[in-house]
Design a protein around this ligand. Structure first.
Ligand SMILES: O=C(O)c1cc(=O)[nH]c(=O)n1[C@@H]1O[C@H](COP(=O)(O)O)[C@@H](O)[C@H]1O
Length: 288
């Protein structure tokens, strides 16, 4: 089975939620931290989340900044989390948002598609141009990996550059999306899936249907639901196509336990409940 086939199978079996492991020591209860190194604290929290959510989510996204910010100890937890996911036949996205000249991009590809930090997918920033994306193709083809490229991000500042109007009055991000679609179309395999996905935030109501239609045969990574308060209807509209996508939620899942008196003893249980609730809220808009 190819990587994309495995991803679609996970979605079919477990639903479309992507659990974001944006893990911070600030969210980990003191009693769980006691007598442990920082890397153990972060990893043990992730393990609790993973063990309790693996049958109610499609994939995990590990946001690297949360680990880098703790130095070597954090990166040890990052490495061990990816290893644990791999060993348990679970899929991972390295949320690293890389962008660089081709030679450096090749090194990023090697760093995140092999060795200590190997993940199944990586997030990329396309603003340096297509030669900053193409070095990843070698790994995509030889190691069956995939990338998610930022298209329309969920933050308010997305409007600063992504939406700049070109001479023909179209917004800049559509030029980027069209180029990525062209590339992905060439890579679609016999199963009908391509390895280049788009990151489309669900916080921008106006254009979600247009984006979904225009890139109908591409897979979407959809952040913004949960802590960033995107409307569930936007998420539904972004998912609602043959090629669909996954919906990331990070803090709302990881910190759900804080809403309950017995939460500290049931961190994984409440993360699981939040995954199920997320799925239901989005599905309330229609059949997916
Ligand atoms: O690429 C991303 O994952 C991403 C793109 C985007 O447009 N917006 C966005 O929030 N993200 C990431 O998605 C996650 C959202 O986290 P929560 O807001 O806690 O659910 C974070 O890891 C962000 O870095």
């Amino acid at each position: 089975m190819t990587l994309m086939e495995r991803l679609y199978k996970k979605i079919e079996e477990n639903g479309f939620v992507c659990v974001g492991l944006d893990t911070s020591l600030d969210y980990i209860p003191e009693k769980m931290k006691k007598n442990k190194s920082v890397s153990e604290q972060l990893f043990d929290f992730n393990k609790e989340i993973i063990d309790n959510t693996k049958d109610v989510c499609a994939i995990y996204k590990v946001q690297i900044a949360y680990y880098e910010s703790y130095g070597i100890e954090g990166m040890l937890a990052y490495k061990n989390t990816l290893k644990y996911l791999r060993e348990n036949d679970l899929l991972s996205i390295a949320d690293v948002k890389r962008s660089d000249i081709a030679q450096s991009a090749s090194q990023y590809a090697k760093a995140h598609f092999s060795g200590d930090f190997e993940a199944d997918f990586m997030t990329l920033n396309p603003y340096m141009g297509m030669d900053s994306i193409s070095p990843y193709l070698e790994f995509i083809k030889t190691k069956d990996k995939g990338v998610f490229v930022l298209l329309r991000t969920s933050n308010p500042g997305a409007n600063d550059f992504e939406c700049l109007r070109l001479k023909d009055d179209s917004e800049l991000f559509y030029t980027i999306g069209d180029k990525l679609k062209e590339l992905n179309d060439k890579l679609i395999d016999d199963s009908g899936y391509g390895p280049i996905g788009l990151v489309v935030g669900a916080t921008h109501k106006e254009e979600v249907e247009k984006i979904r239609k225009r890139y109908n045969n591409m897979f979407f990574l959809i952040p913004g639901f949960g802590a960033q308060k995107a409307d569930s209807l936007n998420v539904y509209n972004l998912l609602n196509s043959l090629n669909g996508g996954v919906v990331n939620s990070s803090r709302a899942i990881l910190k759900n336990y804080l809403n309950y008196d017995d939460g500290e003893d049931k961190i994984g249980y409440y993360a699981r409940e939040k995954c199920i609730e997320t799925r239901k809220e989005i599905q309330a808009n229609g059949i997916l």
